[in-house]
Design a protein around this ligand. Structure first.
Ligand code: BDR
Ligand code: CA
Length: 331
């Protein structure tokens, strides 16, 4: 019997960990990827679009890429608000330049282009209004594209199966003391999406800081001695160096592959070991700009709007990721 594929739209700011999420989705026969929207985030949208195209060509995958928003909805109107934006780049103790995300991923320039004559906001509306089957949205960058699409045409929700987000932080944050990067870049967009009425599952940093690659995993990819292995190993090494230098976590030599956890969760929800249904709101502006505020009270009466993933089976995540990416050897 033929496998019934789950239809997905990905929304990405590629980006090293976005790249591994895209690759995991492309290499999973469980999914049919309807399109990949790009957005300003880790790098400006020209780069995140080109990087997305490069990753697809590495896997010989023919999937439409739709260029999305170049700026957040309103967050950059007040320059003071973004003064504390985290830099991607730094220099380690040996004087070596490190970065979470190179401007261009180290892959050959893409030969294909993004879908002409449209943008992610219009494409979401068009695609979701016409869809014959509900579609799951996996959004692992700032949420600007879908927030604007929903504002313009709320009826698109009729064809949204569910939304999986890499967003936010409960006990853990990375951009500022209050905020996670994807939310910090466009807090208003996050607030809109969290209130769009869909079933939403959120991977905050609490879960993704356990979705790690380590030097032992880097060595596995190096041993493949092929373009996919070399690329993945380089991205893991870049993230290990960047985290060790600029954002040491609870232990050294771990590189969270945040965005890929969303794909692993869809494939096997048991990769998440702790989840709570909660109310989550976003603080827009001020000292806590971009903070995801989770209502943990037992007696709260505000409607719960997200399933929040709070812990990860780290070994399962790593073995799933390696296993799925190893399918590229058969391409
Ligand atoms: C998120 O921010 C980006 O840098 C990553 O790609 C991930 O989506 C983690 O905070
Ligand atoms: Ca991302």
């Amino acid at each position: 019997m033929e496998l019934k594929k789950r239809k997905l739209i990905l929304d990405v700011d590629t980006g090293s960990d976005d790249a591994l999420a895209i690759m995991s989705a492309v290499l999973s026969p469980e999914f049919e990827i309807v399109g990949i929207c790009t957005v300003n985030g880790n790098r400006p949208v020209e780069y995140t679009t080109e990087n997305t195209l490069r990753v697809l060509e590495l896997l010989k995958a023919d999937i439409p890429v739709i260029r999305g928003c170049a700026t957040p909805i309103t967050a950059t109107l007040d320059p003071l608000r973004k003064m504390r934006q985290r830099s991607n780049d730094g220099v380690n103790e040996e004087g070596k330049e490190v970065t979470y995300h190179t401007e261009y991923l180290p892959l050959p320039p893409a030969t294909k282009k993004a879908v002409p004559g449209t943008n992610a906001v219009c494409w979401y509306i068009d695609t979701l209004m016409k869809a014959e089957e509900k579609i799951t949205l996996v959004m692992v960058g700032p949420l600007t594209n879908f927030a604007l699409a929903y504002r313009a045409e709320p009826e698109i929700m009729k064809n949204v199966e569910e939304i999986i987000l890499m967003s936010g932080g409960h006990d853990q944050r990375n951009s500022t003391a209050a905020s996670e990067y994807n939310v910090f870049i466009d807090p208003e967009a996050t607030a809109i999406v969290l209130n769009c009425g869909a079933k939403i599952t959120m991977m905050p940093l609490d879960a993704t800081h356990k979705a790690n690659m380590r030097p032992c995993h880097e060595a596995v990819f190096v041993s493949w001695k092929n373009p996919v292995g070399d690329f993945v190993a380089a991205e893991i090494r870049g993230r290990l160096d960047a985290y060790n230098t600029m954002q040491p976590l609870h232990e050294p030599d771990i590189a969270p592959i945040h965005d890929a956890l969303c794909i692993m969760y869809l494939l096997d929800p048991s990769v998440i070991t702790k989840m709570k249904h909660m109310r989550c709101d976003v603080i827009c502006g001020g000292m806590a700009d971009g903070m995801t505020l989770f209502d943990t009270r037992h007696f709260n009466d505000a409607p719960k709007n997200v399933y929040v993933c709070l812990d990860t089976d780290e070994e399962k995540f790593a073995s799933m990721l390696i296993d799925i990416l190893s399918r590229s050897k058969d391409l």
